[in-house]
Design a protein around this ligand. Structure first.
Ligand SMILES: Cc1ncc(COP(=O)(O)O)c(C=O)c1O
Length: 393
């Protein structure tokens, strides 16, 4: 049962600060990117004033979707916007840990979310916030799963939803978007061309754009994955394998870890993130390897079974590169054949059918294990970000 989000007191949202130039923006108006430099806006909360729970107090709270509403942007007393997202299982595979040379290996199964992907978490917060700040229509380009999530939460909040997606997006995703009441535009090319289609029309049509990091609050929903890991493990894992497109999950979890340290719940330790992409579209991996601070767009991204990873350019590239480097993480690109093989092997031997994005992470883990990258005491968490079922057809 959903508890009202007023249960634990109002939001402590203070400001929206540009992740690039630091310029602050009014958090109580609908905002997209920084008007000064075009950078992504990041929510900042009052973590100083007394009244926030300590770690034990927080863990004693009921596991409602929004268990720390003080550190979410939503107004207290608003209708709870949940469709049951979050609190996903963390499933342990001891034999895989042994094969990788790590201490523990767990899969965070985000395919159990509404719409069968982790995208629900970001949209649960972003659409609710857009609705309370007065948006009427939300629009976004998507590799697929985010479109389904936006359609679902748009329906939940009575907003119209316009989705633009690549023409080759699998039929179940297009069908689900339409079933949930969204208008769907199919576009030639990748999510980059879908983004251009939306951008050309948004102002004229009065659409509020929910594209990755072009509004501040999808990150706030995604950060709850980081809080859940702390709750379930009792501490942070040493390694997080994350299939990376626009990077909301990676950046969102890193924000959670910073907040936890500021709250005194954890120390300065950080998980080593492994950002995983495919060889046919690996802008972040290339930039990481070349020591760049930004990732130049990937020309001509190759088709892949991992639709969510076909993202040639990400607005938050500089944030991700910084997170990877500061935390001792890395970035890996895997060949298409390796992700297919890794996924098939895992399904047959361990009973969990991974989505192709998660299978790419497993293929990357095998690469890293071959180099002795994992340490015997490492707890490794792999994010199964979406269900393979939505890609059938
Ligand atoms: C299943 C799946 N995994 C991973 C990603 C990449 O997520 P992000 O853009 O947050 O990096 C996507 C994005 O579409 C996805 O659908």
């Amino acid at each position: 049962m959903n508890a009202p989000d007023s249960l634990f007191g109002p939001s402590r949202l203070q400001t929206l600060a540009c992740g690039r130039c630091g310029e602050e923006h009014d958090p109580h108006r609908l905002q997209t990117v920084c008007i000064a430099c075009g950078g992504p806006l990041l929510a900042r909360y009052d973590l100083e004033s007394p009244g926030l729970p300590d770690l034990a107090g927080w863990r004693a709270r009921p596991r409602i979707p929004f268990r720390l509403p003080e550190l979410l942007p939503l107004r207290a007393g608003a209708e709870t916007p949940s469709l049951g997202e979050g609190n996903t299982p963390l499933v342990e595979f001891p034999r895989v840990a042994a094969e990788l040379g790590a201490g523990r290996f767990l899969v965070k199964d985000e395919s159990r979310n509404p719409g069968h992907a982790f995208k629900a978490r970001g949209m649960a917060v972003a659409v609710a916030r857009a609705a309370e700040l007065g948006a009427r229509t939300v629009a976004l380009p998507t590799a697929g799963n985010a479109g389904v999530a936006a359609a679902a939460y748009g329906a939940r909040h009575g907003l119209a939803v316009q989705v633009a997606l690549p023409r080759e997006t699998p039929a179940p995703i297009r069908t689900a978007c339409r079933a949930l009441g969204a208008r769907v535009q199919e576009v030639e090319g990748s999510i980059a061309e879908a983004g251009a289609w939306i951008a050309e029309r948004a102002e004229r049509e009065g659409w509020f754009v929910l594209a990755t990091l072009r509004e501040p609050y999808r990150l706030e929903g995604k950060k709850l994955m980081g809080y859940e890991l702390l709750d379930e493990l009792g501490r942070l894992p040493e390694v997080i394998l994350y299939p990376t497109g626009g990077g909301t999950g990676l950046i969102g979890m890193a924000r959670a870890f910073d907040e936890m340290e500021a709250l005194g719940w954890t120390g300065p330790e950080r998980p080593r993130f492994v950002a995983v992409q495919t060889e046919g579209c690996a802008p972040l991996v290339r930039a990481f390897e070349e020591g760049l601070d930004h990732a130049p767009p990937w020309e001509d991204p190759a088709p892949t079974r991992a639709f969510g990873l076909r993202v040639p350019a990400a607005l938050g590239d500089f944030l991700m590169l910084d997170i990877l480097r500061r935390g001792g993480g890395t970035a890996r690109a895997v060949p298409e054949a390796a992700l297919t093989e890794a996924g098939e092997d895992f399904a047959r031997r361990f009973g969990m059918w991974l989505g192709p994005e998660a299978a790419a992470c497993l293929a990357a883990a095998r690469q890293l294990a071959g180099e002795g990258w994992f340490r015997p005491a490492d707890t490794v968490v792999l994010f199964q970000t979406g269900s393979p079922f939505v890609y059938l057809g």
